[in-house]
Design a protein around this ligand. Structure first.
Ligand SMILES: NC(=O)c1ccc[n+]([C@@H]2O[C@H](COP(=O)([O-])OP(=O)(O)OC[C@H]3O[C@@H](n4cnc5c(N)ncnc54)[C@H](O)[C@@H]3O)[C@@H](O)[C@H]2O)c1
Length: 431
């Protein structure tokens, strides 16, 4: 099939490359010229495992091209995906101006029947708004479809190629048929393609993210209760995770959730529910617990050291989660800002996000080129993101490099036995 994907970010680029991989002809459009230039040079604007190889192969096969020219991309395509950002607006609601602007531009370039697909995460009613805009701008026939994306950064290619389910919100059979045909190679292993009305499809994505955010905040609160009673949250997590009704995922307490989705999507539901007069209380609490959680590790540091002024801290992990360079709403940002405000010095390291951190902190933070370099002369290590390379470090070497033998483990990566063996003073979450 001939496709256009508008917006070449984490979602658009992965979707475009994966659609091409299954034999489709894909034109990826972005208004950011430097991003398009980077992609045309064969370089990736983001870090995502497996993506570079996929893009390289499909460009070489001429199934995947990158451009800033939307009209040509729209004219050649049967199906056009809108995958632009929907950031949080000032009042917490999803800012739809990129989506609606793209819808207008698509409509103005149409030359026949097109399926226009909302892949961005958008509030209920957006498909209707997109439909309205297009109707005003063109006389050509078209269908608007809602097709939320559930990929996880860090495993985006794998998730896209083998989704747990595909959700299609569509109101006419012609569009449903085309979308089902497009996705059938991705669901050969039996994952369902769920066809439903647009409003339900739009809500699915928010419901999934909100429930996952809720589980994280629940476990962060459970960790606090464990600390109060001298219980071990890891034991509690394992026990409840083996209950088939609960399952083991998203039960890890930590330094709070971040990223470009959970915080803004929780805010967006709160806002659109409120607009209909409903106060979504659990999500209000989820968000409040999360905001507090990001600062709790700094409170533990203050409780241990007293004043943090003049202290040096090594910080491992800057991205909001492992295997991505994305630092949007990353807990590391809150933690570092608080440490700096308290007069501490921060020496940070991350396997992928150093270039982003440089843009955020400039020279206010020392960015180490290797994980062990960050430890040099540090009073303590703060572990923020659980990259694999931090899981089994050389503790004896760490002791030699650090001034103090203290670890604040925001992800419960290390065991208390390990810490005792290497004589570290150790603080974790809920243990
Ligand atoms: N990042 C994720 O893990 C994820 C997962 C599922 C869904 N989503 C949703 O998908 C959407 C996109 O997210 P993302 O993380 O890929 O965003 P992103 O910020 O990484 O990428 C968006 C891209 O759209 C481009 N763009 C904006 N306006 C444009 C226009 N008028 N014409 C052409 N290009 C334009 C931007 O230049 C940017 O490259 C959001 O709604 C997000 O909530 C994200």
């Amino acid at each position: 099939m001939k496709l256009a994907v508008i917006g070449t970010g984490y979602v658009g680029l992965v979707a475009g490359a994966c659609f091409a991989e299954n034999g489709n002809q894909v034109v990826c459009v972005d208004k950011d010229e430097s991003k398009v230039r980077t992609l045309r040079r064969g370089k990736m604007p983001i870090y995502e495992p497996g993506l570079e190889e996929l893009v390289r192969r499909n460009r070489a096969e001429k199934r995947l091209v990158f451009t800033t020219a939307m009209p040509q991309a729209v004219r050649q395509a049967q199906i056009i995906f809108i995958a632009v950002g929907t950031p949080q607006g000032e009042d917490g609601s999803a800012d739809l101006h990129h989506v609606l602007e793209v819808a207008r531009q698509i409509a103005r370039s149409m030359n026949g029947y097109k399926v226009i697909v909302d892949k961005s995460t958008v509030p209920v009613g957006t498909a209707e708004k997109v439909r309205e805009i297009i109707r005003r701008e063109t006389t050509h026939p078209f269908s608007v479809v809602s097709n939320p994306e559930f990929l996880k950064q860090g495993a985006a290619v794998e998730d896209f190629m083998k989704p747990d389910r595909v959700v299609i919100g569509a109101e006419d059979p012609r569009a449903t048929e085309l979308m089902t045909e497009l996705y059938s190679p991705f669901t050969r292993t039996g994952a369902p393609i769920m066809v439903m009305d647009c409003a339900s499809a739009e809500l699915c994505k928010y419901a999934a993210n909100a429930l996952l955010a809720c589980r994280i905040s629940f476990m962060n609160e459970m960790a606090q209760v464990c600390e109060l009673f001298g219980a071990d949250v890891d034991q509690v997590r394992r026990a409840i995770g083996s209950d088939r009704r609960i399952g083991p995922s998203f039960l890890f307490p930590g330094v709070g959730y971040g990223g470009s989705c959970f915080p803004k999507d929780v805010q967006a539901i709160l806002k659109f529910a409120q607009e209909k007069g409903y106060d979504f209380r659990i999500l209000g609490a989820t968000e409040q617990v999360n905001a507090e959680q990001k600062g709790r590790i700094v409170k533990k540091m203050e409780a241990h050291f007293g004043s943090l002024k003049g202290k040096t801290f090594a910080l491992w992990g800057l991205s909001f989660k492992p295997k991505t360079d994305d630092m949007r709403e990353a807990p590391a940002i809150t933690i570092i800002e608080r440490l700096l405000a308290a007069g501490a010095k921060v020496q940070a390291y991350d396997p992928a996000a150093m270039h982003i951190a440089k843009g955020i902190f400039g020279n206010r933070v020392t960015l180490a080129t290797k994980s062990y370099d960050a430890l040099m002369g540090a009073d303590a290590l703060v572990l923020v993101t659980e990259w694999n390379e931090f899981r089994e470090p050389d503790f004896a070497k760490m002791r030699k490099l650090m001034r103090g033998a203290v670890i604040f483990d925001g992800r419960n990566l290390y065991s208390r036995e390990q810490m005792r063996t290497h004589s570290f003073t150790y603080f974790s979450i809920g243990r």
